[in-house]
Design a protein around this ligand. Structure first.
Ligand code: PLP
Length: 692
């Protein structure tokens, strides 16, 4: 049973059942080559002719050309090549041509990349010029009017893929009045959503792509206005009237033909009014579930099928992850790495602040969607909101159950640590990074913790921002030294006989140890004291900058976990004598999991996704099996417990196998003999037989 709700239709769509049937027919029954003159060939040609005729009617092609190709990227190449070859010929013939290749600032990358490529290859050396857009994503017509006389080619899109913003094509045409410029309009996102009557416009080239509207990938179309310059991109057997050689992708053409026929009949897809209603319902759910959500696209100027939003305090990675765990497929509005999202160039071009651009999520659906899917999506959005609230990632009226133990923030590069004590509702923050101030503050407020101290391993490190932000949640009475360490406090004896200052946190103490060559660094030791002392064996964790770690040997034990303040290599924590590990042996294929668990009934299945992902999960990958939730941010604490207990096989998993591999490597390095990562994660997981 699939629980997936697919809301990423601007990336690609499922194939329409009628299109699938048409493709199957074109491969199974009518499999001929349309260039063959025998009956089998003629049957295939009939499919081709029908699909083309339908497309020509639907798009208002008139006397223009309409050729099938592999998709919009090819269509864009062909259009750019055609225009630039003609420009070069005109220039070589001594005719005046414009000097600018103009493209909208929010175009798909295929456009500026193709312009740059063919401009260079053809030796034209024209100037690429980015046309600005306003804060709602509309092209600046004023700027276009100003450069229109110098424009050799202009490329604008009909609707944007990230925001759905619809271009004012009539306004652009008016701005180009009198200009010689050739005009390409990327119609990929417009197909089936906007009425197009191409021959009635001055558009010279319009590329389309099948897979954005329920046809398979690898099939597209290019419209070329009657009389517009044309140069084939691919030469060969003369198919498509010599305009695009290569035996036709008949399965794709048949499928696209079926989609176009459905569009023409008007009996398959929802009306714009219905789609607007669906968008409004999704937007209402998002507002209710995610306080402070802002929409990055103006609904009244965008396709009704695209929402683009950001939530204060949440990265697009976190939002993507929680939606994915809830089996709702959306996309980050921007390319993102595992920790920090790169801002979206589309939203940047609209001048949106960085947090909205780097935190953007795109939710898009197709015109086939129905009310049941939207209702289910709204319920999942609510579920995601609840999961984020429980994890204290968004503000919540009700305080969630207090968290306890050790928390590592920022798993790449540098890290801050929090030592939490649920019983006393108090905590200590070690080495807070400026990037984590807002996160720590909202977490502490949500958990209603009192922060006893904010300490650092270096003197005068930037703690002030956090202390300021914490307000009443910070214990301001204690006077502190340059490391944030409160001057009053208890002292505790360490294994080397030194008596050092310590802070009590529930049953544990955090001891402060000057170290480093000039004693300018500090390390902090955490453990449960015995009779006023913290013997080496009782030290569970040591927090320090790496150069100080050598100085810890006399006061810590072999099993003490060293928690670094920088963690460029995602090690989470180390021990004094790391154990070598081999990547391959730490991986387990999903197909081998059932047998592994059968052979190791005591093995623990550990989900290392963050708590909000765990909470949002709708259909656990392994129903009936007990699964432990140990997010990477909690790995150090659990690692310490696993290393102390009888060794039990540990099978880590996450969404794709990335995070779980880091966890498995960490445990192997710490000396655990049987830590594994599930290759491919839950995304590729094969269902397990129910445990006996
Ligand atoms: N143009 C736009 C606006 C798109 O959204 C896409 C697809 O992401 C393309 C062009 C490229 O299309 P294709 O995948 O058919 O090459």
């Amino acid at each position: 049973m699939t629980t997936e709700i697919y809301l990423d239709s601007n990336a690609t769509s499922v194939v329409l059942p009628a299109a699938l049937a048409a493709a199957t027919d074109a491969m199974g029954q009518r499999y001929g080559n349309p260039s063959s003159t025998h009956a089998t060939g003629l049957q295939a040609k009939a499919i081709l002719d029908q699909a083309r005729a339908c497309a020509m009617r639907l798009l208002g092609v008139g006397q223009g050309r309409l050729m099938f190709n592999s998709g919009a990227t090819e269509g864009i190449q062909t259009a750019v090549l055609s225009a630039l070859v003609a420009l070069r010929e005109r220039r070589d013939a001594g005719q005046p041509i414009g000097t600018l290749l103009v493209y909208g600032a929010t175009e798909h990358k295929a456009v500026p990349e193709s312009l740059a490529h063919w401009n260079r290859l053809l030796g034209l050396n024209l100037t690429l010029h980015k046309l600005p857009v306003d804060h709602e994503g509309a092209h600046s017509l004023q700027a276009l009017r100003a450069i229109a006389p110098q424009a050799a080619m202009v490329c604008t899109m009909a609707a944007n893929n990230e925001t759905g913003v619809i271009s004012d094509l009539a306004g652009i045409a008016a701005a180009l009045a009198g200009s010689q410029a050739l005009w390409m309009v990327d119609c990929v996102q417009a197909l089936g959503k906007l009425k197009l009557d191409l021959a009635a416009t001055r558009i010279d080239y319009a590329p389309f792509s099948g897979h954005k509207l329920y046809a398979p990938k690898g099939i597209g179309m290019l419209y070329v206005r009657a009389g517009a310059p044309f140069t084939p991109l691919i030469m060969g057997g003369g198919q498509e009237g010599g305009q695009r050689s290569g035996t036709e992708n008949m399965a794709g053409i048949a499928a696209l033909g079926a989609v176009l026929a459905a569009l023409e009949r008007g009996d398959t897809f929802r009306s714009t009014a219905e789609l607007c209603g669906f968008r409004a319902r999704l937007a209402d759910s998002l507002r209710a579930a995610l306080p402070g959500v802002v929409f990055n696209n103006p609904f009244d100027k965008a396709l009704p099928t695209t929402l683009n939003f950001a939530v204060p305090g949440l990265s697009s990675r976190e939002l993507m992850d929680v939606f994915d765990a809830a089996d709702v497929r959306v996309s980050a509005g921007s390319a993102c790495s595992s920790s920090k999202a790169a801002p979206s160039y589309v939203l940047d071009a609209m001048g949106l602040p960085l947090w909205r651009s780097a935190g953007a999520i795109r939710m898009s659906f197709g015109p086939l969607v129905d009310a049941a899917v939207i209702a289910a999506a709204c319920a999942r959005i609510e579920r995601c909101g609840a999961a984020l609230r429980a994890a204290c990632l968004i503000p919540s009226e009700r305080c969630s159950a207090p968290h306890d133990g050790l928390l590592q923030l920022g798993v790449e590069g540098a890290c801050s640590w929090m030592v939490l004590d649920a019983d006393s509702r108090s905590c200590i923050v070690i080495d807070p990074l400026p990037d984590h101030v807002a996160r720590i503050e909202s977490y502490v407020r949500c958990q209603n913790y009192q922060v006893q101290a904010v300490v650092s391993t270096l003197p005068n490190a930037g703690r002030a921002m956090l202390v300021e932000a914490l307000g009443r949640h910070f214990n301001r009475h204690a006077e502190a030294d340059d490391y944030g360490w409160p001057r009053q406090g208890v002292r505790i004896a360490l294994a080397n006989g030194a008596r050092v200052p310590a802070l009590q946190l529930g049953a544990q103490v955090l001891a402060c140890l000057p170290c480093g060559t000039g004693q300018e660094l500090r390390a902090y030791l955490l453990g449960v004291p015995h009779d006023g002392a913290l013997p080496a064996a009782a030290v569970r964790f040591a927090f320090s900058a790496r150069p100080a770690q050598q100085g810890l040997a006399p006061v810590s034990a072999g099993h003490t976990l060293l928690c670094p303040t920088r963690d460029e290599h995602n090690q989470f924590c180390t021990i004094a004598e790391p154990v070598a590990t081999q990547a391959a042996e730490a991986q387990l294929d999903s197909a081998a999991l059932a047998a592994f668990l059968h052979a190791h009934p005591d093995a623990l299945l550990i989900d290392v996704r963050e708590p909000h992902e765990f909470a949002a999960t709708v259909a656990p990958a392994w129903a009936g099996r007990s699964v432990h939730s140990v997010p990477l941010s909690r790995l150090a604490e659990h690692a310490s417990a696993w290393l102390h207990a009888e060794p039990t096989p540990l099978v880590f998993f996450c969404r794709s196998g990335n995070r779980s591999l880091k966890a498995a490597h960490c445990l192997r390095r710490l000396g655990h003999p049987q830590a594994y990562s599930l290759n491919g994660g839950v995304a590729l997981a094969a269902p397990l037989p129910l445990a006996a």
